[in-house]
Design a binder for this molecule. Structure first.
Ligand SMILES: [Zn+2]
Length: 56
């Protein structure tokens, strides 16, 4: 699961399995009110990067 955080205040917005999401999600941060534009490609690249850091 990937943790999606606000790009402004770093509040945790939601968690998503990268395979479960396609396209874009726009979510408003409950703390600072910023609209975060989340793209599935960003989650996928983040997941791939994390996977390469796993030992073994
Ligand atoms: Zn925020």
């Amino acid at each position: 699961m990937e943790s999606i955080r606000c790009s402004n205040c770093n509040k945790l917005l939601f968690k998503v399995e990268f395979m479960a999401m396609h396209g874009r999600i726009e979510i408003k941060c409950g703390r600072c009110g910023l609209y975060n534009d989340v793209r599935s490609a960003e989650i996928q690249s983040k997941a791939n990067r994390d996977a390469t850091n796993e030992p073994g």
